[in-house]
Design a protein around this ligand. Sequence first.
Ligand code: PMP
Ligand code: GLN
Length: 382
Amino acid sequence: LRSKLPDVGTSIFSVMTQLAQEHGAINLAQGFPDYDPPQALLEALAHHVCTSGHQQYAPMPGLPRLREAISQKTAHVYGVAAPDPATEITVTSGATEALYAVLAAVVHPGDEVLVLEPAYDLYSPAIRLQGGVPVYVPLTLPDFRPDWDQVRASLTPRTRLVMLNTPNNPTGAVLTPHDLTTLAELLRDTNTLVLSDEVYEHMVFDGHAHHSVLQHPELRERAFVLSSFGKTYHATGWKVGYCIAPPPLTTELRRVHQFVTFSVSTPTQHALADVLPDTALFEMLPTFYQQKRDLFRELLAPTGLRLLPVAGAYFQVADFRGLAPGTDDVTFARRLTQEAGVAVVPISAFYHDGQDHGLVRFCFAKQDSTLQAAAQRLQQAL
Ligand code: PMP
Ligand code: GLN
């Protein structure tokens, strides 16, 4: 069999999770909470799972009542005109399916797709499966800011799409309104589209706001904006997300979505539609995660790891070179998992060419007791 992705192994998240299990390590590698969704959401799901008439296929673009709730939520959170549930909102099997379906819908063979690196691991393989050509632009260390001059220099008439991810996985960096304005100027008078992966939209810290592409009228016109209920409700296993895009783009997305999954789990959509109007459930997230970030940083302070700033998302990136000079990040991540009993992800996994900057990623979406136990192990081992 001639592989379509011969250079691709198993996702780093599966690899590190398996290694963590083999060695009884605390899994701070794969990004998922070790606490449950809000009780109201669990009860709503239990109710809808037991409700006759809620067990068959949902409409292809998503349940109307969930799309309506997403529309209202978007208007409330971002102060924008409510997107039209009929023509602008599509419910997907996680942001993962939305990413894949957008790329399949718009990327033709030979099209270039601009990716800022480090980037979430599925971007590059999903682009290449469409025959697209990823064009990589590095985010600039130490704070992982986009270098817009380099973006400008990388745009060509073949650039079909620019991929954004704010807050960023793995770095936690966030885009500013100025970043969005700069990008809008660069794309003016082009046919280049934007895919904005905003799954960590409710995790931005220190009193700052998340700046969504939905708030930038010029970008919004050419953008697919993605979110994930997995992140917002501590329910990564539910695999429900959505995409907001102008009608012509939504039409193209749905042409693909209908043949990838057709539709998303019906009782799950009903449960999410029940709780989404309760804005308190996600408006507490910045405080909730900022406390975890601050606790974890305080706990790691004595270890000698150099902690990079975290503006958003639920990941802490740390520079280990002071502790293990000359060690590559994959070796260090394996050693931490096997010897210290704490699993992490090497940041080289987020670069197409495996660039190593001596950095590893910790997920701090964990109970305080888990973070304390992990830090204790790290303090002993490092
Ligand atoms: N994009 C980013 C940046 C992510 O971190 C994740 C979470 N794994 C996803 C997309 C996928 O989201 P979902 O779990 O909803 O498929
Ligand atoms: N988004 C999660 C992370 O970055 C993992 C998703 C996955 O396991 N595919 O860790």
